[in-house]
Design a binder for this molecule. Structure first.
Ligand SMILES: [Zn+2]
Length: 316
């Protein structure tokens, strides 16, 4: 299959020092893709910077200028101390956002079958007007917004399996039904950002189109698979998405230092295989997945390699 890999060394230059979200994550992923021989089977795509009209209305233009100003002025962080910035942060974040717009556009047009963004900074915690949880621009929300408002799609499914709740993405779409947002994550009573309770189900026209599943700490592959098959897949099928987006965070892995889950590569593989099958049934396979969390270099690079293997392989 024609699987696009959106990556550029520019993603390494968002310098966060000894922060868990650092450039070593992407270096480890790219090294694993190279040595595993997978890289040559992927369509390498070079990201470009998003422009203001692609960021609004997901982000307030005043906030976009604030990210730029903070990065260029040499401030150590933006909004919260965990959102560390460097001089290059704004430019790098614009490239991640631009990669998402190009990825959804190219998959929509059929020039790619599906795509993965090996990008940073991640995006799913970024809110309309503030940075949060290592995130500055909400890449996946920008993709869904572009698909609905510019490319005419009416039913986008976002599945977020990062171990943390995708608060920024939820808040972008919770009053809409053209974007169905589902997040499965560690119980918010026990983990950042403290939102994502099952009672959060969307509002107004969007009521029922936000779904949150809070998993107990130490849940593993079997626990995830049971919820995914019995609860989530039937809902996804009923929604009949015209395009599938995935916030692929691998910080629920048992070796990840930031959370308390027991997922392995096998558990992640089971979910992406089913998501790929769903996209095949509902929307000619149109699927774009983007990297969110994952902070153990080894488990992260193993999970991403396997994820891409499944996306690229015709047999799945
Ligand atoms: Zn996370």
């Amino acid at each position: 299959m024609k699987t696009g890999l959106f990556y550029d060394p520019v993603f390494l230059s968002h310098d966060t020092g000894g922060h868990p979200e650092n450039s070593g994550r992407l270096s480890a992923i790219m090294e694993a893709l190279r040595t595993g021989g997978l890289l040559e089977r992927l369509q390498a795509k070079t990201p470009r910077q998003a422009v203001m009209e692609e960021l609004a209305p997901i982000h307030d233009p005043g906030y976009v200028r604030r990210v730029e100003e903070a990065a260029l002025s040499g401030r150590p962080y933006l909004d919260t101390p965990d959102c560390v910035i460097s001089e290059e942060t704004y430019r790098v974040a614009l490239h991640a956002a631009g990669a998402m717009i190009d990825a959804v556009t190219q998959v929509a047009s059929g020039s790619l079958d599906n795509a993965f963004l090996a990008c940073r900074p991640p995006g799913h915690h970024a809110e309309h007007d503030r940075a949060m949880g290592f995130c500055y621009f909400n890449n996946i929300a920008l993709g869904a917004q572009w698909l609905t408002t510019r490319l005419g799609y009416e039913r986008i499914l976002i599945f977020d399996f990062d171990v943390h709740h995708g608060n920024g993405t939820q808040h972008s779409f919770e009053e809409r039904k053209d974007v169905f947002f589902c997040s499965i994550h560690q119980n918010p009573m026990t983990l950042f950002p403290g939102t994502g309770f099952p009672e959060e189900r969307g509002r107004g026209e969007g009521r029922g189109y936000t779904v949150n599943v809070a998993m107990n700490p130490h849940s593993g592959d079997d626990d995830y698979e049971m919820v995914f098959r019995q609860q989530l897949l039937p809902m996804f099928r009923e929604y009949k998405p015209e395009f599938v987006l995935i916030s692929a965070g691998f910080d629920g892995h048992q070796d990840d230092p930031l959370a308390s889950m027991n997922l392995t590569v096998k558990g992640y593989d089971a979910m992406i295989r089913e998501m790929k099958r769903l996209a095949g049934e509902c929307c000619a396979g149109k699927l774009v997945s983007t990297l969110e969390g994952g902070y153990n270099y080894r488990s992260l690079s193993e999970c991403v390699s396997s994820h891409l293997e499944i996306l690229q392989d015709d047999a799945f």
